[in-house]
Design a protein around this ligand. Sequence first.
Ligand SMILES: O=P(O)(O)OC[C@H]1O[C@](O)(COP(=O)(O)O)[C@@H](O)[C@@H]1O
Ligand SMILES: [Mg+2]
Ligand SMILES: [Mg+2]
Length: 329
Amino acid sequence: MNDNTAIGSTIGTTLDRFIKNKQSEFPFATGELSQLLRDIALAGKIINLEISKSGLLDIAGAYGTTNIQGEAQQKLDVIANVRFIRALKNGGEVCAIVSEEDDEIVEINVDSNYVVAMDPLDGSSNIDVNVSIGTIFSIYRRISPVGTHVTKEDVLQKGDQQVAAGYILYGSSTMLVYTTGHGVNGFTHEPSLGEFVLSHSDIKSPQDGNIYSINEGSYYSFEPGVRKYIEYCKEQRYSARYIGSLVSDFHRNMFKGGIYIYPRTDQALNGKLRLVYECNALAFIAEQSGGMATDGERRIMEIDPLELHQRTQLFIGSPTMVQKAQSFL
Ligand SMILES: O=P(O)(O)OC[C@H]1O[C@](O)(COP(=O)(O)O)[C@@H](O)[C@@H]1O
Ligand SMILES: [Mg+2]
Ligand SMILES: [Mg+2]
């Protein structure tokens, strides 16, 4: 058992109980955010079921459509998107959703308070080959008055405005990891109970590490500084680990100590990953666990989003490694 494990309270503390306990710490809490977190967990359980038997079902392969980024949508991308939107709609706490799989803002309920930005299925290239994948989510409080139509201002908020963020990792076990700005906690799905149960409390990322995660296949399209850092990692005899699912690479490095980098390339001049529904959420988790997340210069969470599907470079992980990488740029 590592020091991130809540000794002796694991089984007893379901996500539901944990949320209830946390809510009581905030006298003015209305329960809306708590309910929204429960709705996200519910959608995660449903998608987890589909993913766990995806090989048996006719849900492998491409859906036949492309999203606004020109990427072929996988069937599970679309299914996950539909499941999340339905669960959030039924939950009633969400006024709008920004999703990787929808070109525009999806307005849900103008009488609700919260905006959700999400990557319903992260690691799409790994869906059909049984490699771990995830879901990423950010939660903001709307700015415009309740009862009015949602505006771009409501959904294009800086990462520093997040009230909660997290991810669900569908791996050898399924985990929900999230923060509300008071530390990071991890819950493992207990299939026989059908519950997420606290398994990793107050997660702390090692300050330094020896794992680097970058797609070296694009080495010759990286800028000289990034190439020099890769050479440095090799000289240090660091381990190269790259799953190709951002959530999975981030999760491993958060526990073991490491850095994940997706820099700009000649194909992706602003990097590949999306600020609003991939990078902001993981940056919040990283910072809350003692890690660091930048675009090579600025904190990810202080970048002003201008577009829904805006891309950014990402340097994320153990602070000593992120600072070292930046020193080469
Ligand atoms: O194949 P590449 O260029 O290394 O990109 C892999 C990266 O792209 C992503 O798959 C992008 O996310 P989506 O799968 O949600 O589109 C990340 O999960 C992953 O880290
Ligand atoms: Mg993604
Ligand atoms: Mg995706």
